[in-house]
Every structure is written in C-alpha cells, then in structure tokens.
Design a protein around this ligand. Structure first.
Ligand SMILES: [Zn+2]
Length: 220
C-alpha cells in the first residue's frame, strides 16, 4: 500500500542515508528503497524523479496526482483520453507519483462520460472527399522545419511551401517564429504565383506527422 507521504523515505535516505524506523539495514525492503532512491534528485526541499530523457519530474502527493489526471481527462481542455494517454500527458507535463498508471485506469473506468459515449463511433457519416490538385500553384502545402543548427545571421527555422501539383518548392529561413514572418512568406508566394479565386478559397489547418509547427494547406 503506497501512502500519501510516499516520498519521505527517499528524501530521508538521499539527505541523511536514513531508513524508515521499522526497516532493517540489510533487509530486502531497505535494498528496495536504496535502489529506487537512485532515480530521485533532491532540489532544495523538493523531490524530483529523474526521467529517462534527463528531465526532472516534480513529485506530487497521490491526491494531487489524481487531481492532475482528472483535469487532463475531463478538465477545460480534457478530451476523455484513455489511461495510457493520460499518464503520458501527466509525465510530459513534469509530474510524477508512483500510482499514476493505476489511478488513470481507475479514473477512466469510473468516468460516466466514458461509459456512456466511449463505444460511440466518432467517424463522419460520409467518406472524406478529397480535392485532387489539378492545376499548378493553386494548392500549397505549408510547413515549418526546426529548430535547426543556428546558421550565420541567427537563422534557425525554415518556412517551406510546396506546390501540390508541380512540386515546386519555396523556402525561407527565419530567425524568429512569429505570425508576421509567416504572413510575409505567404504574401510573397501570393504576389508571385497569384491568389486563389476568392469564391472557392479554403484554408485548412492540419497537424504535421513529425515536424514541429503548423502545417497549412491553401486550397483553391
Ligand atoms: Zn471520461
């Protein structure tokens, strides 16, 4: 049974090499505490768990951990994600507590919203209709690559646009990620290659598979 103040034994051992009173120095439980304490770091009075990537995760109480999971699952930006996703998001946000996985499973199992709507099929009533690019410079795929190794001039990101029909590539290195730079980049393309017909102009924002930033497609 993991208790609310689960980190006390690790703090005591890291700070003073002290084991909890009933634990014998050469017992299996002592070896367990000593081995596990190597994965923790004490910064001031706060305990942090060292993640595999080297990032330190703040240790929270079991109660705080449940609140964090609840907020991620059904809070303001909650999307009723599955338990593994919940734990991943909590860890990536920099929080750690030992019962995160079982807490997330319990939360999803007991969530009324998930019980009522989990099995509902969330797909569109009809198939996607694809719009094939059938003429040049009418449909652009936009993306941003980076962060890259800083080049002379401080450039560390690249805005890229590829014409879907001809595969013509336009790119522009940038120093700072800002909407102004993107607007300049797009307006330069529009001035050189023409603007899509207003009546059929559609802007679609899509997330990209691996590159950071926003990928946008202009369809005309
Ligand atoms: Zn739910």
């Amino acid at each position: 049974m993991i208790e609310e103040d689960w980190w006390t034994q690790f703090i005591d051992f890291i700070r003073e090499f002290k084991l909890p009173p009933p634990v014998e120095a050469k017992s299996t439980e002592a070896a367990h505490i000593i081995r596990r304490s190597k994965g923790f770091v004490l910064v001031g009075d706060n305990l942090y768990k060292r993640f595999a990537s080297g990032i330190l995760m703040k240790c929270v109480t079991l109660e705080e951990g449940k609140d964090i999971l609840k907020e991620i699952h059904e809070g303001v930006c909650g999307n009723h994600a599955a338990s593994r996703t919940l734990v991943g998001k909590a860890y990536r946000s920099g929080f750690f507590w030992p019962t995160a996985v079982s807490d997330a499973e319990d939360l999803v199992r007991q969530c009324p919203g998930c019980q009522f709507f989990g099995k509902k099929i969330h797909v569109l009533a009809h198939n996607w209709i694809t719009i094939p690019p059938s003429w040049s410079f009418a449909c652009w795929s936009l993306d941003m690559i980076g962060p890259l190794i800083v080049a002379p001039g401080g450039f560390n990101h690249v805005l890229v646009a590829v014409d879907k029909f001809t595969k013509w590539i336009e790119c522009k290195p940038i120093v700072k990620i800002s909407s102004d730079r993107v607007v300049d980049f797009i307006s330069d393309i529009i001035h050189r290659f023409g603007f899509p017909t207003l009546s059929s102009q559609i802007w679609v924002l899509t997330s990209h598979r691996s590159l950071s930033g926003i990928s946008a497609t202009i369809l005309a």
